[in-house]
Design a protein. Structure first.
Length: 179
């Protein structure tokens, strides 16, 4: 259940169902590519401070403070919402709220799952036929290419966003963003 405070914080009405909120959030957040994923810093500076900051969860608050009123903090924050937090400042990335098709969609970026042969070869040489998660040495027919920032989350198919993994590690990761 999404805490009503989080719904309000993100601009949703408290009476909207969790399913509606998550569907709208997914539609907004998958249209964008957080620039910090590629740039490794936040280009929005002061603008990001106007975006909402997710509250601590109840468990985090109990670890942080000696006295906590249980109703002041949400039990948890849905993964889909937490993933869009700024890795630099902690706020929800402003691109989610201003997602314009002509500015932040992944189409203009070299995104998708197609990897040109040249890039595949560079990645194989760079990673030395070794799974970058578990360290297993891979044969030619065992090599899998993993998007560090998944294509479904706006990650590009550029060499810097690709790594070698074994079948198991690639499937275990799914579409998660590892920070």
């Amino acid at each position: 259940m999404i805490d009503p405070k989080i719904k309000k914080l993100l601009g949703f009405k408290s009476q909207e169902s969790d399913g509606q909120v998550l569907a709208k959030w997914k539609r907004a957040s998958t249209r964008v590519c957080k620039p910090c994923w590629e740039l490794k810093y936040c280009p929005y500076g002061p603008f990001v401070e106007q975006s909402p900051l997710l509250p601590l969860t109840r468990k985090e608050a109990e670890e942080e403070f000696s006295e906590v009123k249980p109703n002041e903090f949400p039990e948890d924050i849905p993964k889909e919402i937490a993933e869009m937090s700024c890795t630099v400042f902690g706020h929800i990335c402003p691109v989610v709220f201003v997602a314009e098709g002509f500015t932040e969609t992944s189409e203009p970026r070299r995104s998708g799952r197609y990897l040109p042969f040249k890039i595949r070869m560079r990645v194989v040489r760079r990673d030395n036929y070794t799974c970058q998660v578990c360290g297993t040495h891979l044969l030619d027919n065992e090599v899998e290419f993993d998007h560090i920032i998944p294509a479904s989350k706006g990650g590009s198919s550029e060499e810097s966003n690709i790594r070698l993994t074994c079948f198991k590690c690639n499937r275990d990761k799914k579409d998660l963003v590892e920070i």
